[in-house]
Design a protein around this ligand. Structure first.
Ligand code: ZN
Length: 326
């Protein structure tokens, strides 16, 4: 078969023709903006390795979230930095915990103007800095599950729409779903960090959120980046446990896994473009080596093209601004 008159360049002739033919359209509505709230902080502190991202005091949270909502971004993901850590991570599920208070303030002032997603993990809250509780020299799965369910319920009580377990403990979705339902929160969505990899791209976040482990590493619970089949088993398991939205994390070096998940499963997919992905672009842009705006749109569009329905990204505000001006 031949197409003697076919010229694909016809479809690229003018800006308007190209717009008409656009197959993947990135919108602010695709984005989830992370925010960091620190207990007992008086004024904003900029993250050293995440320029443009601040740790916020509680009193600045509503204004910040309002500015995010005004950019037509539909959701935030809240991370908390407590002033008190212990070996049980109790400040993660305290009703007056920093995240719980932040959510209540957002709800009280902004109603349903923005969807509130919370991180369900223990690393910011425990002295050991691991995502689960420590017994001896091990991360204990089942006692961690018990604590994670308390965290999720306390966040739901404060008004979270979506809880996002990121501890990579086996059975975390099932345990949280059960406990949320028992507590009367059957309408709270679970977005699980289903395939969260042991990645070196988390370093800027760990500096920002003071969440680096005090001993060992996270290799006994996070996925190795060498194992795509194992990643798909994690996704499959979360679906079997009743997850509402699965997540692949990080995003850019894992586009194949996003595409694979899209192909294999009929489930909403979020992708988490992590702090190291942000820092790489920021550092190169600050050197004048790349165009930050253009590169950001190219990367986020690629993540969507791979099959993500939504993207958690530290570029949410800047990308939304660019997209709204288009
Ligand atoms: Zn964690």
């Amino acid at each position: 078969m031949s197409f003697p008159n076919l010229r694909l360049r016809r479809l690229r002739k003018t800006g308007k023709i190209r717009e008409l033919l656009e197959e993947v359209r990135l919108s602010p509505k695709d984005l989830i903006c992370p925010i960091f709230v620190q207990e007992n902080l008086n004024s904003r502190v900029q993250g050293e390795s995440m320029p443009g991202m601040d740790r916020l005091p509680l009193r600045d949270v509503v204004d910040e979230v309002n500015s995010i909502a005004e950019l037509k971004i539909p959701a935030i993901m809240v991370f908390g930095m407590p002033s008190r850590k212990d070996d049980k991570g109790t400040s993660a599920f305290a009703q007056d915990g920093i995240v719980q208070r932040a959510i209540s303030e957002i709800r009280k002032n902004l109603g349903n103007e923005i969807a509130v997603i919370t991180d369900v993990c223990l690393c910011q809250y425990t002295t050991a800095g691991h995502c689960g509780l420590v017994k001896g020299d091990k991360i204990d799965n089942d006692s961690s599950l018990e604590t994670l369910t308390k965290v999720a319920v306390s966040q739901a009580q404060s008004g979270a729409d979506v809880v996002s377990p990121s501890a990579m403990m086996d059975g975390q979705v099932k345990a949280i779903r059960q406990r949320l339902d028992d507590a009367g929160f059957s309408d709270v969505v679970i977005m699980s960090h289903s395939a969260k990899h042991r990645s070196s791209l988390y370093s800027p976040f760990k500096d920002m959120a003071h969440s680096a482990p005090k001993f060992g590493d996270r290799k006994t619970y996070q996925l190795p980046y060498t194992n795509p089949k194992e990643a798909m088993r994690e996704v499959e398991t979360d679906i079997a446990e009743g997850v509402d939205i699965v997540m692949i994390k990080p995003a850019l070096p894992y586009l194949d896994l996003i595409a694979m998940t899209r192909e294999k499963f009929n489930v909403p997919i979020s992708a988490y473009s992590v702090s190291g992905e942000y820092a790489l672009v920021k550092a190169a842009a600050m050197k004048g080596w790349i165009d930050e705006k253009e590169v950001t749109l190219e990367i986020l569009t690629a993540i969507k093209r791979a099959g993500a329905d939504m993207i958690v990204t530290y570029f949410s505000k800047s990308a939304a601004k660019t997209l709204n001006e288009k």
